[in-house]
Design a protein around this ligand. Structure first.
Ligand SMILES: Nc1nc2c([nH]c(=O)n2[C@H]2C[C@H](O)[C@@H](COP(=O)(O)OP(=O)(O)OP(=O)(O)O)O2)c(=O)[nH]1
Length: 228
């Protein structure tokens, strides 16, 4: 499948890719009226095998755990916005490295979110709760999937690290955006990725309420760009 519309046009090769769709969704990518730029920063400690996540206390994405980020404001670069949001929401500073570009659109919304994702493994300061986010450390791990558990079992270093692991809680993937398991393993293995996920409301069988579900998705690993 080719790179979905709305993603940076100069990305020449993005392989391999993961793609899929909801069984009840037959349409193509949705038309996006407008796009707003966002950042999202994930900070982890390779030695202590822990990752810092924030619990969103209010507004958009309330009740979910995520990296730290928000809208890029006029006059600032994406990296400046990423560092500002990280500091405001978690109280820490970090050496950030850009690793992904993800486009999210929910049916019926006026605007898509183009999210520039950064990773950091060195940081300064103590995580501090803000009005918007409650930061906490979680044990560094991959989401559960056949693919990930196969990889884990084949990697003795990863297994040893897991045994030496800390007593921190596991990453609450069930309380994160549903797209996270698609690209999180790429981020942790320091790959560069791009992707798009379209959402639509579906009835949640368990609660009977309407819930945003992923209806069409594509994530690619960047192997080369036309300007590199
Ligand atoms: N994984 C994932 N992350 C998303 C999605 N949509 C989306 O905005 N994000 C990320 C990007 C940002 O890091 C964060 C949303 O930022 P925000 O609404 O808190 O922005 P903000 O702090 O500037 O907003 P505010 O103070 O004005 O409320 O969530 C999505 O569909 N999936």
């Amino acid at each position: 499948m080719s790179i979905p519309p709305g993603l940076p046009p100069n990305t020449m090769t993005a392989l391999p890719s993961i793609s899929g769709r909801h069984p009840d969704y037959k349409d193509d990518w949705m038309d996006i009226p407008r796009t707003k730029l966002y950042t999202n920063v994930f900070v982890w400690d390779e030695i202590e095998r822990k990752i810092l996540l924030g619990y969103k206390k209010r507004g958009f994405g309330m009740g979910l755990y995520n990296g730290f980020g928000g809208k890029v404001e006029s006059g600032e670069t994406v990296s400046e916005a990423a560092l500002r949001e990280l500091k405001e929401e978690s109280g820490i500073s970090a050496n950030i490295v850009h690793c992904g570009t993800l486009l999210f659109f929910a049916k019926g919304e006026s605007c898509a979110h183009l999210v520039e994702v950064f990773r950091a493994t060195s940081f300064a300061g103590d995580p501090t709760e803000s009005e918007e986010m409650r930061p906490d450390w979680y044990a560094l791990s991959l989401p559960d999937s056949d693919e990930n558990s196969r990889t884990r079992k084949q990697d003795p270093f990863e297994e040893a690290a897991a045994i030496m692991s800390n007593d921190l809680p596991s990453i609450p993937f069930d309380h994160m955006w549903p797209d996270v398991p698609l690209w999180f393993p790429l981020m942790l293995s320091e790959k560069r990725f791009i992707g798009r996920v379209d959402f639509a409301k579906f009835k949640d069988d368990a609660t009977g309420t309407l819930k945003d579900a992923m209806v069409k998705w594509w994530i690619g690993t960047i192997t080369a760009t036309s300007d590199s």
